[in-house]
Design a protein around this ligand. Structure first.
Ligand code: ADP
Length: 459
């Protein structure tokens, strides 16, 4: 049974009073001391005893006060011990339960917060959260990276950080709850990157508003970097424009000549020349379409390399036989400077295609009676470096970085005259990269060019 605190206190007081009277009588009668002296001595003894008892009596109250002080300081590691069996113990137990509940709640919130932080950290999209004043409350790591932000941005406005008034306006609208928007931003101050930004307002729920009369207000902006997508879209558009342009020229010529023939020229002497032009242009069209198909097949990775270990000199000699007619026509001499045996790893058909394209260019852009050398060195244990050297017209320095692009030609007229499509080097680049190698060129304008490529052993 629990004794109530006030009864305990009353019992103590009554006991002390009784003790006082007993002591006083005892001292007065047994030792025949004066009434005043007996009373004084009894008073002191009872006072000391009262102090001792009261101290033990108030200890739980002091413990409780200390516990509540710790609670206000958020120190929730320890609960209070319960010794007595009165209302104080009930109070202490209730506070202890409260501490345990608080501890669990804080733990729950901490886990939830960590969970949210991990999600935000793992996101590829940049996230920016602002409060009702439009000031930044938090951003995630991805956004920091996207905008190379090194300084603290909390409490700044998005305008101060991203410097775009359209974005600022959209965020303000979302905070006011007017509308959620999605916008596309190209930011010149951030390397011209393009972002798709979704801005959503944070408005208090009806329940929240009902309960507290207020709620959290603000906005969240999510940034998707679509620069690469835009770049690819631009490449695709350029490609379509280039292809259309390339196809239109021979088609217009064919159409023009065919119409002239139909209009009566068929019977004239020039008819033969006209048909020859038509044939030449049709060949060109066929070559463009063939190269385009080859390129798209390679780019779409719809081809399978049949990798074998091959003797390179045999492969090069085969290629020289295929192009013998072209070299003889231009009186160009080709020499092979290859260590024998030199084994390479790759697909025979595609390696031949690479060599044909490079040597064909060396012939096309070479001089009458010029010289071409195909040489190879084993750079290290892991790769072979092959070069095709000519002493032809060379390539201007400013064009060198672009010659591997589709349809890029230094002199378009000359290339077309020589039957070029502007796709040969692009095909070479893709094929070499499919073999795990690299390709590059060096040139002295007016003196000649060297095209290098590597073939690794481990593919
Ligand atoms: P093309 O069909 O026009 O030859 P390529 O893709 O093979 O297209 O080459 C692109 C351009 O690079 C050529 O138009 C030419 O201007 C230049 N080029 C390529 N190889 C050589 C070379 N050996 N010497 C000089 N210019 C070259």
């Amino acid at each position: 049974m629990k004794l109530r605190f006030q009864w305990k206190l009353m019992a103590l007081l009554v006991s002390l009073l009784l003790l006082f009277f007993l002591l006083q009588s005892y001292l007065f009668y047994s030792f025949e001391k004066s009434f005043f002296f007996s009373s004084l001595l009894s008073f002191f003894i009872v006072a000391i005893l009262a102090l001792v008892f009261l101290k033990s009596f108030t200890q739980p109250i002091r413990d409780l006060t200390e516990l509540l002080k710790r609670l206000t300081r958020n120190e929730l590691e320890k609960e209070a011990q319960v010794f007595s069996k009165d209302e104080l113990s009930t109070l202490t137990k209730t506070i202890n339960e409260m501490i345990v509940q608080l501890r669990n709640k804080i733990e729950e919130i901490t886990i939830e917060k960590e969970y949210l932080q991990t999600v935000l950290k793992g996101m590829a999209e940049g996230v920016l959260v602002v409060d009702d004043r439009g000031r930044i409350v938090m951003i995630n790591d991805a956004l920091r990276k996207l905008f190379s932000l090194s300084t603290e941005v909390v409490d700044k406005t998005p305008l101060e950080v991203i410097r775009n008034s359209e974005l600022e306006g959209t965020i303000q609208e979302a905070i006011r709850g007017e509308k959620n928007s999605s916008l596309e931003l190209t930011l010149p101050s951030f390397l011209g990157k393009t972002f798709e930004v979704n801005v959503v307002g944070i408005l208090p729920s009806d329940e929240e508003f009902h309960k507290m009369g207020k709620g959290i207000r603000g906005a969240i902006a999510v940034f998707h970097d679509i620069s690469r997508l835009k770049e690819l879209e631009k490449i695709r558009q350029d490609f379509v424009a280039n292809v259309s342009h390339e196809l239109r020229t021979p088609l217009t010529t064919i159409k023009g000549y065919a119409e002239t023939l139909l209009e009566g020229a068929l019977k004239e002497e020039v008819a033969y020349q006209f048909v020859q032009v038509i044939k030449r242009q049709s060949d060109r069209l066929t070559k463009i379409v063939e190269d385009l198909l080859a390129l798209s097949k390679i780019e779409l990775k719809e081809f399978q390399l049949k990798i074998e270990t091959l003797p390179f000199h045999e492969l090069a000699e085969d290629v020289l036989r295929y192009i013998q007619e072209a070299t003889e026509k231009k009186k160009i001499s080709i020499s092979l400077e290859l260590p024998t045996p030199l084994m390479v790893k790759g697909d025979r058909h595609y390696l031949e295609q690479i060599l044909i394209n490079l040597i064909d260019n060396a012939i096309k852009y070479g001089r009458e009676g010029g010289k071409i050398t195909v040489s190879a060195v084993q750079r290290n244990q892991s790769e072979v470096e092959i070069s095709v050297i000519d002493n032809g017209i060379g390539i201007p320095k400013e064009d060198l970085p672009r010659i591997f692009e589709r349809f890029y030609r230094v002199d378009k007229g000359r290339s077309q005259e020589l039957g070029g499509t502007g796709l040969g080097l692009s095909i070479v680049k893709h094929l070499i990269s499919a073999h795990g190698g690299r390709v590059w060129a060096e040139s002295q304008f007016g003196e000649g060019s060297t095209f290098y490529f590597t073939l690794p052993f481990h593919i």
